[in-house]
Design a protein around this ligand. Structure first.
Ligand code: XAN
Length: 500
């Protein structure tokens, strides 16, 4: 059995188009066979061996068959054919692509990762942060780079690379911050559509705190610019099937009260999602308290979360990045408003913001996903964020930190956060993040490498010996895997990355 699979009929060049950065809106039907692994719940992965998944031309999963005999290539072929005929897909005019996992290379299909928080515009700075912390990091590294992306050629280069890189790490959905610049934000939306990555694209709103050369001129200008990017997204993807705009007040300190009020009203009028930062750093929290006296803005108390709430920005469609230092009362408010949290452990460690308490958030019923938060975060990989989440949780669980055994996150839990948890955070629960009939095929083919072969192509840091069970293989992937294990990636049924 091969990892490339085999084709029936003629395969249209849609996949090649998407790989070249040319969009194709429908694809051809596909059948996937072999081993599928996905989260059944926060704590449980489901391992489906000898299964088949059929995906229609719109990228929807239309059938899942289990307990097939796939022990030889010809049995695999006949399982595929019998599914084809059940679906009436076997007429001569149809073209169906068939892909099967290769057991000798420990291959499996896994849902695509959902990066719930990253700054596309900061990608060139990954790894560059020295010893800075949030507020000086913004001024030293971040604002100058973001401002420079007004240069369209530079923006095209950066955005092309960040999309390709994140796709190569299995990120099928990304909640992006761009910059304050409308043309380059629109370009990011165009490129996501063109490369086939599912994305929320946010034009950054900020009318205070930034340097003179990088600020919206007024709340009115900021709102108008945001509306322009919303109109652009609506034009290029009218149903928001792949690319959707997201209202993006950078964070409270960078937004005046009139700007936050108008963005809250815009969110209510459009029903669009919102993304922002919250309680990442202790100096930032002090700044929020000094900038927004709570009685003056009509907030319910003097907390950071209450500021967003006062302006209608704390809703069930709000993604709050970081939430490192939330208080008990704030967590109650966030839960009450059904807002979501993007946990960004690599960034929280790198720029020394603190350790967000994921178990505590989950116990309070706050839906949580993972964010790479480039370039506060140093890595484009959600898998890296997942293992970092595990390690941070173990620090929190240590008695010195006042923690308990239950604070530790497991491999199963961080993979849930990277997929189904993330889907809930970006308001796509039930649509992506798992393998179920009716969900869209956003998936990655993972290969851990040949058990016997010593001289194969570079298969990365995971070494499989052949005696590991599947739980152990997945753990080895989480702790040592990288893009070398991500062989193919599909979004909405379309092949969008293939490892050479
Ligand atoms: O990690 C972060 N990255 C940013 O760009 C930013 N802006 C405000 N607060 C922020 N935090």
């Amino acid at each position: 059995m091969g990892d490339i699979g085999f084709a029936i009929g003629q395969i249209p060049p849609a996949a090649a188009d998407v790989l070249q950065g040319r969009a194709a809106f429908t694809t051809h039907p596909k059948i996937f066979l072999g081993t599928f692994i996905h989260s059944r719940s926060l704590t449980e992965l489901e391992y489906l061996h000898n299964a088949a998944v059929a995906v229609d031309a719109e990228g929807l999963i239309v059938a899942i068959e289990k307990d097939l005999d796939l022990s030889t290539p010809s049995l695999t072929r006949s399982a595929a054919h019998s599914l084809l005929s059940k679906l009436n897909w076997d007429d001569s005019s149809s073209s169906v692509e068939i892909t099967s996992t290769n057991p000798s290379k420990s291959q499996f299909f896994f849902p695509g990762f959902i990066d719930t928080h990253l700054h596309a515009s900061q990608y060139p700075n990954v790894g560059i942060f020295g010893n800075s912390t949030l507020l000086d990091w913004l001024n030293t590294y971040t604002f100058p780079l973001e401002a420079s992306l007004q240069d369209q050629a530079k923006a095209r280069k950066v955005y092309t690379r960040v999309i390709r890189k994140t796709l190569s790490h299995g990120t099928t959905t990304a909640a992006y911050y761009a910059t304050i610049d409308v043309p380059s934000t629109n370009l990011l939306a165009d490129l996501c559509l063109s490369f086939g990555q599912r994305a929320l694209v946010g034009r950054v709103c900020m009318d205070q705190l930034g340097p003179d050369y990088y600020l919206d001129a007024s709340p009115e200008d900021s709102l108008a610019a945001t509306e322009a990017t919303i109109a652009h997204c609506r034009k290029i993807d009218p149903s928001f099937g792949l690319v959707k705009p997201i209202i993006t007040p950078r964070f409270a300190p960078a937004c005046s009260a009139p700007l936050m009020k108008s963005l809250g009203e815009l969110a209510a009028a459009t029903n669009l999602p919102i993304q922002t930062h919250i309680s990442e750093n202790v100096n930032e929290i002090a700044l929020v308290k000094s900038l927004f006296p709570w009685q003056e803005i009509g907030a319910r108390d003097d907390s950071y979360a209450a500021v967003y709430d006062a302006f209608g920005l704390l809703t069930e469609k709000t993604i709050l990045a970081h939430a490192v230092h939330l208080t008990e009362d704030e967590a109650s408010l966030v839960a009450e408003r059904k807002a979501k949290v993007s946990h960004c452990p690599c960034s929280n460690s790198a720029i020394t913001s603190g350790a967000a308490k994921v178990r505590w958030l989950l116990e309070r019923g706050i839906p949580t996903g993972l964010g790479t938060d480039m370039s506060g975060g140093y890595s484009p990989s959600v898998l890296e964020a997942a293992r970092h989440a595990v390690l941070v949780s173990r620090h929190l669980a240590m008695p010195d930190a006042g923690g308990e055994e239950k604070d530790k996150l497991s491999v199963e839990e961080v993979l849930f956060l990277a997929t189904r948890g993330g889907a809930e955070v970006v308001d796509m629960k039930g649509r992506v993040g798992g393998f179920e009939v009716g969900m869209e095929w956003d998936a990655q083919l993972i290969g851990l490498g040949e058990e016997e072969e010593e001289e194969e192509e570079d298969q990365g840091n995971v070494d499989v010996f052949g005696w590991e069970n599947w739980e152990e293989k997945v753990a080895k992937w989480v702790y040592n895997g990288d893009d070398r294990n991500t062989k193919k990636v599909w979004v909405k049924g379309r092949l969008v990355h293939q490892r050479k």
